[in-house]
Write a protein that binds this ligand. Structure first.
Ligand SMILES: [Fe+2]
Length: 494
């Protein structure tokens, strides 16, 4: 039977039939010899490789044809024994062949449908996983945005998150260096992974690109043959603009895909697109925050200028106390964000002087006890002015306790040692240092050497000894520059 089936004549017919089936969507059975049918059989395995195999069905009449004898001769078989061997298999009648054809056709259709369904399920599953990863990723970014994360940290974290789930050798975010970009981000490149070229050059070329971006005809995919930037890294690049008010202020870039499939997929494009949109929204928030912050500091400055203006000898005092308090806090190892709050406390520490008569504040010569009591009230007045403002709660201890002394002989409450909040102890040093270093209505400024000596001498009596020691290590260059600036503007303030 095997030899009969493998006869060259029959094999040629099978190959011819399969060749014809391969170029059509609807392969039909053929009858190369009377009573010998070739039926197309498609299974999933075959569909994904070379497509088709042929089933041979014989009916009884086939055994009596001259073709049967030709096939036997072609296979060097004697006709009669071959007929006896094949006879048990040639049991289909023409009617049966029709049925068999239909069954195979249905079978083929079912398999094809099943194949299609499986592919749709696979595609859907893949999209679902991608959609889940994308939504998980964006919700994670949203959480970052709500935790008061600093913009630069946020950008670095976004690059890392993308690199964790996408098959690229590196991910970068570059911002333009124009005024439209938030100060903290302008001109900066955030990068995770190995960028295979000179970073400075890449950064410059990317900024040039951002300046040329016209959103309407933007192409995300950059090929090495057509894009200078892609040529630098010898890879396709996916570049998505980050926009603010419909203007490109930066780009999110992914390059050097690391995957068996080097083509950048639509899912990857869509993913980066969504992330760039998100970064645009984040940037808008950063700008809004910067604007609010500027307004806040503007208001604070107006308030402190109003206080300092009551006594021209103290011109710029609040700002200098803010600077020294900030520097002392940094020397303590406190993080920058908290130090900024300490600077604000310094700016506002004497706000209560608004409620003290100028005649008392600016009096030349010795104060009476009653006048001194009036001045002492500025700590409580300042506290009362600010205590109902929610965003000022953390600075209240500095305003109320900056005249307390380590030995308990200060005011308003006579607290001592570590019972004085650290903010009060910090401001006490900055306040006294600046007071001693400036001219007053009742005396001239003391020389630097003498001031530092006094700080050291009063450590443990007026000041927290540890903090005083730390204060003496502060670099006073910025302070001296600020003093010079305040001197140069003092005439306008009087
Ligand atoms: Fe004060």
């Amino acid at each position: 039977m095997g030899m009969w089936l493998s006869s060259p004549i029959l094999r040629t017919q099978v190959e011819k039939a399969v060749g014809a089936w391969l170029v059509t969507d609807q392969p039909h059975p053929t009858e190369p010899f009377p009573g010998c049918w070739l039926l197309p059989v498609i299974d999933r395995q075959a569909l994904s490789t070379n497509g088709l195999t042929a089933a041979i069905a014989l009916d009884e009449s086939c055994l009596q044809t001259e073709w049967f004898e030709v096939i036997c001769a072609g296979s060097a078989l004697e006709t009669e024994p071959a007929r006896n061997t094949v006879a048990p298999f040639a049991r289909y009648k023409p009617k049966d062949i029709d049925n068999l054809i239909n069954i195979l056709k249905w079978n083929h259709n079912d398999l094809a449908q099943s194949e299609m369904n499986q592919r749709a399920i696979d595609r859907f599953s893949e999209e679902l996983i991608q959609a889940y990863e994308q939504s998980h990723f964006l919700s994670k970014l949203g959480r970052f945005m709500n935790c008061g994360t600093q913009p630069a940290e946020m950008m670095q974290a976004v690059c890392q998150q993308i690199a964790d789930i996408m098959p690229f050798a590196w991910i970068g975010i570059q911002f333009d260096n124009s005024d439209a970009v938030a100060t903290e981000l302008a001109g900066k490149l955030f990068l995770v992974g190995d960028l295979p070229c000179n970073h400075d050059l890449f950064r410059q070329k990317t900024i040039d690109l951002i300046k040329q971006i016209a959103i309407d005809d933007w192409t995300r995919l950059h090929e090495p043959q057509k894009s200078e930037l892609a040529a630098m890294v010898r890879s396709e690049l996916l570049i998505d603009p980050i926009t603010h008010d419909n203007q490109a202020i930066g780009v999110l870039i992914a390059g050097n895909k690391v995957s068996p499939d080097p083509e950048i997929s639509s899912i990857e494009t869509h993913f980066l697109d969504a992330t760039a949109d998100f970064l645009g929204v984040f940037h808008e928030n950063v700008c809004r925050f910067e604007h609010q912050n500027d307004m806040f500091f503007g208001t604070l400055k107006a308030l402190t200028v109003a206080v300092d203006a009551k006594d021209h000898y103290t011109h710029g005092h609040s700002e200098r106390v803010g600077l020294l308090s900030y520097q002392l806090a940094r020397a303590m190892g406190i993080d920058k964000q908290k130090c900024e709050r300490i600077r604000i406390t310094g700016l506002l520490h004497d706000v209560g002087k608004i409620g003290v008569p100028e005649a008392v504040l600016c009096k030349q010569g010795k104060l009476t006890q009653e006048e001194f009591d009036q001045i002492k009230l500025h700590t409580i007045i300042g506290h009362n002015i600010l205590k109902d403002i929610p965003s000022m709660q953390d600075i209240l201890p500095g305003v109320l306790y900056h005249h307390e002394r380590w030995d308990g002989r200060g005011y308003p409450e006579g607290l001592s040692g570590e019972n004085i909040p650290i903010l009060g102890r910090t401001l006490a040093l900055a306040d006294t240092f600046d007071a001693m270093s400036s001219d007053r209505s009742y005396r001239s400024a003391l020389p630097r050497e003498k001031v530092l000596e006094e700080i050291g001498r009063c450590a443990g009596s007026q000041f927290d000894p540890e903090l005083a020691k730390l204060f003496l290590t502060i670099d006073l260059t910025s302070y001296d520059l600020m003093v010079a600036y305040h001197h140069s503007t003092a005439d306008f303030a009087i």
